[in-house]
Write a protein of this length. Structure first.
Length: 426
């Protein structure tokens, strides 16, 4: 059965295009380097500071254009490709690689924003100005700034979603630039470092660093589905998703970030009180194959304990950020030592990238048809409004034609108990 996502080798591309060895620095060293980088940036004169910000925004935009181009290729490959092969091929790997790079740069800028805001440094106005001006370059530039602007609570102009021809045109224009070709090479290299492995399925799941401690959804009985939402809670989107689930009389599993639960415990409790399952998705969504021992413990063990304390419940399941680290021994060991079972997915809706809800629904349905038993785990993100519309359609879809929907925990418990009908309809 299929186990994904990835094994990554010892090297990863940095947001500026260079390379660094993974797990070769202690967390304290990394913190020192990050602090030094911050100090150097803050010491720059206004013109140099603006130029540095522009370079980071250009990086986000370049990776975003690459991601949108690969989303087109991914969708075009669905009809003639098995589900297993889809996750092994270049377009999907490049999509995930692009997201890791965008997230890394956005996190740096968010950290910078928070620092400037705390210090009441006037350079925060330059940062806001550069983001707003950069977002005006093209519709794709606006969409590329979408997540960053949301995290900084900035409102950008509204733009129509670009067509395939518009995305291809901008990609071709960007591809003429030598700098853009470097970003392409970065993503191509990182995607080549990603590998998937096929392993045998098992019925008895338990916290373990091996195959019994990892679930993909491919193991589920026929017609049994779990709906999952990552990266929340979100004060705007999560309650709407929750309301839709309640109206459809469905339960879902929410893989939440410890950092967000701390900031928005109210929304997290709303989800808990509605009878949904809460699981852990790390503390701050770092790429866990690149962090030191102390940070790894914080992202998995401490994050889980904090969520449990905030919400007064027991967490049993964990999902790695980006799905990366399934075969990394120290990462899997930390998950197991925290008494958690790792949960991946076999249907990635790719809803994190700006697109129409119809595209998300069409893609998910096409991929669901490729599963061996019409069963598995759907991955959404309750952090954007397009997911609300798309998930409604797919909630309807998984409730038809004899399909049954339960939380991950309900399905796993019943499979472990060997019940005759897992996730029965009542």
């Amino acid at each position: 059965m299929l186990k994904w996502p990835f094994i990554l080798s010892l090297m990863v591309i940095t947001s500026c295009g260079g390379f660094k060895l993974w797990n070769t620095q202690s967390s304290s060293q990394k913190r020192e380097i990050a602090s030094l980088s911050m100090q150097q940036l803050l010491q720059e004169e206004t013109q140099s500071f603006s130029a540095e910000i522009d370079e980071k925004l250009l990086s986000i935009h370049s990776y975003y254009v690459i991601a949108q181009s690969n989303l087109i290729q991914f969708d075009e490959a669905i009809p003639g490709t098995s589900l297993e092969e889809l996750y092994l091929q270049g377009p999907y790997l490049r999509l995930v690689a692009s997201r890791t790079q965008m997230d890394e740069i956005q996190d740096e800028l968010k950290e910078l924003w928070d620092y400037l805001h705390k210090k009441k440094d006037p350079k925060i106005n330059i940062l806001e100005e550069r983001i707003r001006e950069f977002s005006m370059l093209s519709p794709l530039a606006t969409l590329a700034m979408e997540n960053l602007a949301a995290s900084l609570q900035l409102t950008l102009r509204e733009v129509a979603l670009p067509s395939k021809s518009e995305i291809r045109k901008e990609y071709e224009e960007q591809d003429r630039r030598k700098e853009f070709q470097i970003y392409e090479q970065n993503i191509e290299h990182l995607s080549h470092l990603m590998k998937l492995k096929i392993r045998s399925s098992t019925i008895q799941f338990a916290p373990h660093e091996g195959k019994t401690g990892n679930i993909t959804g491919q193991e589920f009985p026929a017609k049994v589905w779990a709906i999952t939402f990552d990266d929340g809670p979100d004060a705007t989107v999560s309650p709407i998703v929750l309301k839709n689930l309640q109206e459809k009389k469905l339960k879902a599993t929410f893989f939440q970030l410890g950092q967000k639960v701390e900031k928005d415990t109210k929304t997290a409790k709303l989800i808990r009180d509605a009878g949904m399952e809460i699981a852990s998705h790390s503390y701050s969504h770092k790429l866990l194959t690149t962090v030191g021992t102390l940070t790894l413990e914080k992202e998995i063990k401490q994050a889980t304990q904090n969520i449990e304390k905030k919400l007064d419940l027991d967490i049993k399941y964990f999902r790695l950020p980006y799905g990366i680290g399934i075969t990394t021994p120290n990462v899997r060991q930390q998950i197991a030592d925290t008494n958690l079972i790792h949960v991946v997915y076999n249907i990635d809706t790719l809803d994190w990238l700006a697109q129409s809800p119809d595209m998300i629904v069409k893609r998910a349905k096409a991929m669901m048809r490729k599963t061996p038993r019409d069963s598995g785990i759907l991955l959404f993100h309750d952090t954007n409004l397009r997911t609300v519309q798309a998930s409604i359609e797919l909630m309807n879809h998984v409730s038809q034609e004899g399909r049954r929907v339960c939380t991950v925990g309900e399905i796993v418990t019943q499979m472990n108990e060997g019940v005759e009908t897992v996730c029965p309809k009542f």
